[in-house]
Design a binder for this molecule. Sequence first.
Ligand code: DAH
Length: 340
Amino acid sequence: MIHGPDELLNDYKSQIAVTRDEKELEQVRVALFGNSGAMTNLIKEIPGLPKEERSDRGRLLNGIKQQLEGAIAARLGELRVERLADIVETEAIDITFPGPPLGQGHLHVLTQVRRQIETVLESLGYQVELGPEVETEWYNFEALNLTAGHPARENWDSFYFTPELLLRAHTSPVQIRAMQRIKEPPIYIITPGRCYRRDAPEATRLPYFSQVEGLAIDRALTVGDMKGTLLYMIQSLYGIERKVRVRPSYFPFTEPSFEFDVTCGICNGMGCKSCRHKGWLEVGGCGMVHPQVLRNGGIDPTEWNGYAWGFGIERMAMLKHDVDDIRLFYESDLRFLEQF
Ligand code: DAH
């Protein structure tokens, strides 16, 4: 079909306007500007024209070519916008729709209790002191008066790497390390941390657990100072109505030594099933630091004395939240953990 240039312009402009997608538009573009496209053919005819017509013809065709190219570019833009609008409609993405709520975690109950203990004792001037979990025989036992063959050692059945190296069985070795590091009393430290013993897991015991140890060294400290400090700690954690008591006991690193009890929070000391009708629950051990332990830490027992305690953090959490099985703390069951 022979087209005059104006006819061609109008014809293709309307073709361009009704294309439905980019593929159709591309077909129109090829029909115009491809190797044997309509526009290409008209341009090819120019050299065959009489000389004086050529430049007018060239200018005319060039103008038409530009208009058509512009129309194609404009239509391409429209088609792209239409396609996006289509996607938005068919896939119905509402970018203002709120996403699903993110679950928010919180501190593990044992971490909460440990931090509460730290906060209370820091308010009394104690500093947190940490020690290694892999300990030497000397710090874990010897320096604490638990010499080889001492019958009390069986209370601390331990995991050994070598005859010299073991997983610490309690936080008490940090007492010695603290004395050696600080050197000059007064010393007021607490040392929280993980301990390990060769115990089978049970409702009240695990082979790994945490303790918080306390150590005070000053001039002329008394059992009264110790009991008052621990009473303050217990009442800060459990409430002012709680009472405490110390019962004579034995530890090689303290003299005298005590077991430390707190009134049962469920019956308020009256006796109930939870405390096996005793009214009291045991929290840990304490006592006045043995002079030989001070000496082992490099401190002169004729000038200084002190008290110390070692409580189980799981035990303290169990008392606080009335949990009856220590294993629950380590099972990572969210139904348990989310209660705290
Ligand atoms: N280390 C002891 C234990 O693991 C607890 C203990 C008792 C620590 C008396 C002390 C203390 O500091 O004075 O059973």
